[in-house]
Design a protein around this ligand. Structure first.
Ligand code: SF4
Ligand code: SF4
Length: 454
């Protein structure tokens, strides 16, 4: 278990690092502050690993946009240290700087000191949840939606039914034009038509032979990206898998953890571990955010000894779809005559370290011209609920993606995360292109069907 010693009694010393966040100290010098939720506080040793080198700054999207130290990884860590040491209050300004962090973890991937930034930020958010004014309606509403809607399959199915209907409505274009600004923007980011929700591997009566593989179906993916899941089953089967999807599985808990609701994220993690213990084979994931969360269950449950081994055994089975496919021998021949811009999902590239595999799968397709766009591995600004919570920053990051697409002029933008998928629909439109936005599995499914002449 990570130590918490000395949290509320030590004074700061030598933690400058050129940070402008020193202004947060104003009026609080010498005062000891305590984390409002000590059991989930950022660990002192995690914070101490930052040596203020600044190598993370230019990897950070919010720093690149604002140029502000307090909107950088180093600045946000410094703020957490100041709060921990009682030299700054956990006030609205500090909370705002943390809230604008996308939790994309690009900083973590380039940090030479191995600062576990994702863990620090999740624990910082847990403090925000508990900090005064803790009664803020907006925070309470987000927590309620995540617990009572997103994590409950039947409620989520009912809540997303109107969205699915709107996405496939033939008068959608006219309706979008009639909507006010922000709503119109959101409506335009809905996928064209993903068909019915995914309700199980055997929905077509198909039974495949082969290596057992468990499909992780998630929450939003299952409801709004049914066709992506169906394509994933076809792709896995054609690569030699016998696909199963246990109905006992739950939402991965990534959104809850990012929001700082660690207690609920742990409940979901335990439910998933128990559900998949009754199955065999790899647990294959087609959503980068879910995959990263599942692989980090041992970290999430590190403080619960009775779950440690079970979490480690589960995490060892988790594979991103591209990772699992790349580990196969020969794959079906495929053809995709298109200029393709692959965009790294942050939680695939920065957290799982998977960059080569999706590109290799695309490059292997006959006719596929892979173009690298500027900032392909920079966050698109979707980041779970970020587009709703921080619409200005989200819009600016999408605008930058749109500029990169306009310069590269791809026929298709390919990614592997549902939030990014929606953001790229908006970016492609903004770029004035007719490019398709595809999940990697949709591209492979289409290409493999074309490849064998079906
Ligand atoms: S790269 Fe790592 S050690 Fe350097 S400032 Fe950033 S977080 Fe701190
Ligand atoms: S997680 Fe992303 S947005 Fe947050 S500090 Fe790190 S690089 Fe910046």
């Amino acid at each position: 278990m990570r130590g918490r010693s000395g949290r509320s009694t030590r004074r700061a010393g030598g933690t400058g690092g050129g940070s402008s966040v020193g202004s947060e100290r104003g009026g609080t010098e010498g005062r000891v502050s305590r984390w409002p939720k000590p059991e989930d506080a950022p660990a002192a040793e995690d914070l101490a690993r930052c040596v203020h080198c600044g190598l993370c700054l230019t990897a950070c999207p919010t720093y690149l946009v604002t140029g502000l130290e307090a909107e950088s990884p180093r600045g946000r860590i410094q703020l957490a240290k100041l709060v921990e040491e009682g030299r700054a209050e956990l006030n609205a300004a500090v909370q705002g700087h943390w809230s604008r962090c996308l939790q994309c973890r690009a900083c973590e991937a380039v940090c030479p000191s191995g600062v576990p930034y994702g863990r620090i930020q999740e624990h910082a958010r847990a403090q925000v949840q508990a900090a005064p004014p803790s009664g803020r309606a907006w925070l309470r509403l987000r927590r309620f939606v995540l617990r009572q809607v997103v994590a409950r399959p039947r409620v989520l199915a009912a809540a997303t039914a109107p969205v699915r209907w709107f996405a496939g409505w033939r008068l959608r274009g006219a309706a979008e034009r009639a909507l006010p600004g922000r709503l119109r923007e959101l409506a335009r980011q809905l996928p064209a038509n993903q068909g019915a929700p995914f309700r199980g591997v055997r929905e077509g009566g198909r039974v495949a032979e082969g290596e057992p593989v468990q499909l992780f179906t998630g929450c939003v993916m299952r409801e709004l990206f049914g066709e992506v899941h169906r394509a994933t089953v076809r792709v896995l089967e054609r690569a030699g898998a016998r696909v199963e999807a246990t109905e006992a599985q739950r939402c991965c808990g990534a959104l809850h953890a990012h929001e700082g609701d660690l207690a609920f994220a742990r409940r979901l993690a335990k439910a998933n571990i128990a559900a998949f213990e009754r199955t065999e084979g790899a647990v294959v994931v087609n959503s980068a955010g879910c995959g990263a969360a599942l692989k980090e269950y041992p970290q999430l449950l590190a403080g619960e000894p009775e779950w440690r081994e079970r979490a480690a055994a589960f995490a060892a089975r988790v594979r991103d779809l591209s990772e699992w496919l790349a580990g196969r021998g020969r794959l079906p021949d495929g053809r995709l005559a298109a200029r393709v811009a692959y965009q790294d999902a942050c939680h695939l590239a920065h957290v799982q370290g998977i960059r080569k595999e999706p590109r290799a799968l695309l490059r292997a397709l006959a006719g596929c011209e892979l173009v690298e766009t500027e900032g392909a591995d920079t966050c698109c600004g979707a980041a779970g609920l970020y587009g709703v919570v921080e619409p200005g920053m989200s819009r600016e990051l999408r605008r930058r993606k749109a500029a990169a697409f306009a310069a590269a002029r791809p026929d298709a933008v390919v990614t592997a995360n549902p939030g990014c998928h929606l953001q790229y629909l908006g970016a492609v439109r903004e770029a004035g292109l007719r490019a398709e936005v595809l999940h990697l599995t949709e591209a492979l499914d289409r290409a493999w069907n074309a490849g064998d002449g079906r």
